[in-house]
Design a protein around this ligand. Structure first.
Ligand code: AMP
Ligand code: TRP
Length: 336
């Protein structure tokens, strides 16, 4: 039996934080052996908000190296850069022309980001979910492992594929495969260290809200020391009055590899004074091997370049076949 296909991606904006790792990449690593995987660094998405041209290429390389450092295995996975595979841009145009404008206007992430951009909202920001749909549909992906915040974009991707199939496909021969999201409950929404009701985010102006995968031990220590807590004695999960407590216990659970029950028992009588150093040591120990591996990969630029070259070539083959199928269904004159 052939393996099902997985596709996912992260934007190369700044640094990868624990939300990205626990919500997305760690899950890619855990399931990768069961699937045929394509993981892209979505650099075309990164320019939908004003970006720094001097940093884009370096951030793209950093992200690819972090995929490897987190344990993406090239035996079953391909790593590539979105802009290296031209079919992503081309399929986006085709999908644009069949996607109703009001489907995009109601995207939560668009509304939130547009609010932050003020006067400076690009057409690209509105079109972001269509580009994401193209990323997924080009690879006939069965599963898309993401954090909770991407659920609405996945629903849109499915709606676009269904619309294309209805309009241009035959009953027994759909043009596009309908993908399913894969959202793990634990870690699906890692919250900010300074506010347990806000998600940990790359765009938070304060560094104190997030722990980055490449943060040195003293930065991790400082951030956990300053993180928001509450005055209640004893620590417990799932108390809606204690969002910070739930978030910090979940971080400890995921980073230590213990079960929720083990953590609940271990921490039930603890105060913050004892828990914070425990979480600090656990986070430092969990990130140390990733940081060491990252450094090794960055010191071997030829290797990283070759990974991305091979990845792009494999992605190109799959993506071009799908693009040709869509163009054919839409009635374009073939270029013979
Ligand atoms: P982004 O940083 O927007 O490129 O997101 C990359 C991946 O990380 C996506 O799968 C997101 O769903 C996931 N992600 C981002 N922030 C969080 C968070 N705070 N908690 C869990 N997952 C997240
Ligand atoms: N929009 C996603 C995010 O910000 C990133 C992304 C782009 C993506 N294309 C994708 C995720 C395709 C999964 C599949 O998190």
């Amino acid at each position: 039996m052939t393996k099902q296909r997985v596709l996912s991606g992260v934007q190369p904006t700044g640094n990868l934080h624990l939300g990205n790792y626990l919500g997305a990449i760690r899950n890619w690593v855990e399931i990768q052996q069961e699937y045929d995987n394509f993981f892209c660094v979505v650099d075309l998405h990164a320019i939908t908000v004003p970006h720094d041209a001097k940093a884009l290429a370096d951030n793209t390389l950093t992200m690819a190296a972090l995929y490897l450092a987190c344990g993406i295995d090239l035996e079953c996975s391909n790593i590539f850069v979105q802009s290296h595979v031209k079919a992503h841009s081309e399929l986006t145009w085709l999908l644009n022309c069949i996607t109703p404008l009001n489907w995009l206007e109601r995207m939560i992430q668009f509304k939130e980001k547009a609010l932050k951009q003020g006067e400076n909202v690009s057409v690209g920001l509105l079109d972001y979910p269509v580009l994401m749909a193209a990323d997924i549909l080009l690879y006939d992906a069965d599963k898309v492992p993401v954090g909770e915040d991407q659920k609405q974009h996945l629903e849109l991707t499915r709606d676009i594929a269904i619309r294309i199939n209805d309009k241009f496909g035959k009953k027994k021969e759909p043009v596009l495969k309908i993908p399913d999201p894969l959202i793990r409950k634990e870690g699906a929404r890692v919250m900010s260290l300074t506010d347990g009701t806000k998600k940990m985010s790359k765009s938070d102006p304060s560094e104190l809200g997030r722990i980055n995968l490449l943060d040195p031990p003293d930065a991790i220590k400082k951030k956990i020391k300053k993180c928001k807590t509450d005055p209640v004695k004893g620590l417990a999960f799932d108390d809606s009055e204690r969002p910070e407590c739930n978030n910090l216990l979940t971080l400890y659970q995921l980073l230590s590899g213990k079960t929720k029950e083990e953590v609940a028992t271990e921490c039930q009588d603890m105060g913050w004074g004892k828990f914070k150093p425990l979480l600090t040591d656990t986070a430092i120990a969990a990130l140390e091997p990733i940081q060491n591996k990252y450094q090794e990969i960055m010191d071997n630029r030829d290797y990283l370049d070759s990974v991305l070259r091979v990845g792009a070539a494999k992605a190109d083959d799959v993506a071009n076949a799908t693009l040709a199928r869509v163009k054919n269904a839409l009635g374009f004159l073939p270029n013979l």
